[in-house]
Structures are given as structure tokens and as C-alpha cells.
Design a protein around this ligand. Structure first.
Ligand code: GMT
Length: 385
């Protein structure tokens, strides 16, 4: 198929999922056109089946806020027309699904009917999308998509609870490259970071408030206080980084904490991890947790959103109530001081990650594309008859 994939280019989860999906589909022989306002971090444009298109947006003195959604719709029209797309798959409803609806209508006027699939990822539903300033448009755009997917059962339910949705939503979860994300021997790296063979606790995020990075530091501090020799590796960057750095200074634990910044090869850090922390205040799936589990790392998470669909209580790690630092610290100590428990949870974590094998999940997307395309063809034939 000739598929257009629209996404945000940032390190955020939806951009990563869209990019990885583009790569797997391209490897399976599909022609993939990626449309974004900048090149997504993980996209390799040297692949012969991947074509990257940038949304050009011209500044004009009249515009305090340049109309990005319109520039995007225009580019979508160009792609559908000149690259003869069979299907447009947009990631993150706002404004991608709205621009797609506009592009679809423009093309329908020219007698071309292209199916649009919208994948809901997270804050496009739980935060920004349901904000009164966008809600009507988001609801309309979801209802006008030919197919809608959500990354977890939780997100599907949230979408039905928050919006008046007239169509079905198919759950297609985040997925993982099990070959790339597996524990590999990084003993040189481990020695450099942990000269005294300390335990390694890892957190990966965009350091936004919702990720609760200060809680990660607090949990780690409690682990140290329980006499566990450990290091905390913080991967990523964002608004709460300074706050976390100051917190480390205030607690006097800076020598045990490393801020590694944004990293492409996060699996190298996960390969030396003994425990992964994700105490998020909102998480529709938790791709970062899945990446850790795929590297056989037990996870301690909050029990909100889609996290219970990924991290299984008492098997792959532990889940605690939101902001319950005591509970998370207690379980961290438990896992790090009990070798047998750690080994069992590591094994279970990898086994659970295997359920999200990218080959299986990408197949689901392909099947869904076919289904949605056929349904639209039937609908079009009926309305013409
Ligand atoms: O809302 C965000 O934090 C960004 C968002 C995105 O769409 O980029 O991330 C969400 O999508 C990921 C991929 O589907 C999920 O794994 C994350 O759990 C989800 N983040 C949140 O819900 C906070």
C-alpha cells in the first residue's frame, strides 16, 4: 500500500510509535510517506520505501498564530494527489485528524475518496483534546475518521467517557522491537557507572510534570536510606530537570544520580538496569515501561491509566497508588534486595513484553487498514448506486 503517516516529530510517545510503524511497514514493502513539521528523531530517510515530507508554513505579519492545521491539510492534499495515497494514518487527534478531514473533503470534491485512520495516543484525549477550547472539534474529527484506534483499553474507555463518539474504536497497543530491546552485555558501561557494583535504577521520560520526576528522586533517596547501594540514571530532558537537579543537591545525593540527557540508544542504559521507575500521574499505555520490560527490567509504576495493562502486579513488578512514594520505595527495596524475586520478575517482564511483539501488532494495523479501506469502498459504492 501507499500510506501517509502524519505525526509529531518530538521524542513524545506518539512520534516514536508512528516512526517505528513507518519503518516496519516500509520493511514489509509498503511505500510510506511521513508528514511532520520536522524530521522525527528516529526516522531514517535513507530507506528506499520511506519518504519524508515537511509541512511548510509561511510566516505572515497578519498571523500571530500561523494556521498550522491548514498548512498540514494542504500538504495532505498534495500527498494524496501526487503520491496517490491509498490511506492516511494520523497519530494524535489534534489537529491531525481535523486536517485529515479537511483534506479528505477537498479530495472528495475531486472524486477521490481516501480512508483516514486516526490513532489516539494520550493527552489528545485526556488533557488537551478534552479542553473546552478544542473539545467540539476533536469529537467531530474523531467521528469523521474512517477508522479509529486507541493504544489501550483504558484510552478507549476514556474516549467514550469524555466525548460523544458514534463509531467503534479498535485497541491496538504500543509495540516493541524485541531484537533491539533486549538485555545485552554492557559490563564496561556498568563498571564505569557503578565501580562498586551498585544496583542501577533507571527512569526515562520527557521530564514533564505528569512524569513525576521529583518522585523518582524521592523514591531513590528512600532506597539509599534503606542501605541499598544504588545509582539512579535519568534519561531524557524537559521542564522538571532543574527541579530534580536541585532536589538531588538538597538531599545531598548528587554523586549517586546521573542525568544522561536525551539518548537515542536507550536500550544500552536499560541493559544495565535492575529496576525501572515510572510513577506517572497519567499514562495511557507507558511505552517507556514496555521498553524496560523488553530488556528484562522489572517495573515499579503508578496504577493509573493503561499502566496495569502493561505492568502486571506482583509478576513483572509492582503498581502503587498515585503519589504513594512509600509504597514504591518499599517495593523497590524488596526487588533490589531479593535476588530470587528479581530474577523471576525480570523473566516475567520479558515474557510480558513479548505479547507486544512489533511483528504481531503491526500486522494488526495492516489488517485494520484493509478492513477500513474495504468498508469505505462499500460505502462509496452504495452511495453512488
Ligand atoms: O501525551 C504525552 O505524553 C505524549 C503522548 C504522545 O502522544 O506523544 O504519549 C502518549 O502516547 C504514548 C504512545 O502511544 C504512550 O505510550 C504514552 O503512555 C502516552 N503518554 C501519556 O498518556 C502521558
Amino acid at each position: 500500500m501507499n500510506i501517509g503517516i502524519v505525526c509529531y516529530p518530538t521524542f513524545g510517545g506518539s512520534g516514536v510509535v508512528a516512526t517505528e510503524l513507518a519503518k516496519v511497514l516500509a520493511a514489509k514493502g509498503h511505500k510510506i510517506h511521513v508528514l511532520s513539521y520536522a524530521k522525527p528523531a528516529r526516522l531514517e530517510t535513507l530507506d528506499s520505501n520511506i519518504f519524508y515530507h515537511e509541512v511548510a508554513i509561511n510566516a505572515y505579519p497578519l498571523f500571530e498564530y500561523p494556521p498550522y492545521a491548514l498548512a498540514l491539510a494542504t500538504q495532505m492534499v498534495n500527498l494524496i494527489e501526487y503520491e496517490q495515497l491509498d490511506l492516511l494514518h494520523v497519530h494524535y487527534a489534534l489537529p491531525h485528524a481535523t486536517s485529515a478531514y479537511l483534506a479528505k473533503q477537498i479530495m472528495a470534491d475531486k472524486g477521490i475518496n481516501v480512508p483516514v485512520v486516526t490513532t489516539l495516543h494520550g493527552t489528545d484525549i485526556t488533557l488537551v483534546g478534552s479542553d473546552p477550547s478544542y473539545k467540539h472539534v476533536v469529537e467531530f474529527s474523531i467521528n469523521k475518521s474512517d477508522g479509529v484506534t486507541a493504544v489501550s483499553e483504558y484510552l478507549k474507555q476514556e474516549t467514550f467517557d469524555r466525548f460523544d463518539i458514534s463509531s467503534d474504536i479498535k485497541v491496538i497497543p504500543n509495540f516493541i522491537d524485541l531484537d533491539r530491546f533486549q538485555k545485552s552485555n554492557k559490563s564496561h558501561f556498568k563498571k564505569a557507572i557503578c565501580p562498586e557494583d551498585e544496583k542501577v535504577i533507571v527512569h526515562v521520560s520527557n521530564f514533564r510534570k505528569v512524569k513525576r520526576v521529583p518522585e523518582v528522586v524521592s523514591i531513590f533517596n528512600r532506597v539509599l536510606k534503606q542501605g541499598i547501594k544504588a545509582k539512579l540514571l535519568l534519561v531524557g530532558d524537559g521542564p522538571d530537570r532543574q527541579k530534580a537537579e536541585q532536589q538531588c543537591r538538597d538531599l545531598g545525593i548528587c554523586e549517586h544520580v546521573r542525568f544522561l540527557g536525551k539518548l537515542e540508544q536507550v536500550e544500552e542504559v536499560l541493559s544495565i538496569a535492575d529496576l525501572f521507575l515510572i510513577p506517572s500521574g497519567s499514562e495511557t499505555f507507558g511505552l517507556a515501561a514496555l521498553e524496560a520490560m523488553s530488556c528484562s527490567v522489572p517495573v515499579i509504576s503508578s496504577d493509573i491509566g493503561g499502566l496495569p495493562e502493561v505492568n502486571i502486579q506482583g509478576e513483572t513488578g509492582f503498581l502503587c497508588a498515585l503519589d504513594d512514594i512509600d509504597c514504591m520505595a518499599k517495593h523497590a527495596v524488596e526487588i533490589l534486595s531479593n535476588e530470587k524475586l528479581h530474577a523471576t520478575m525480570s523473566k516475567n517482564a520479558r515474557a510480558q513484553a513479548e505479547r507486544f511483539n512489533q511483528d504481531v501488532v503491526v500486522n494488526e494495523y495492516e489488517q485494520y487498514y484493509k478492513e477500513v479501506s474495504e468498508q469505505l469502498q462499500e460505502k462509496t459504492a452504495v452511495s453512488k448506486a
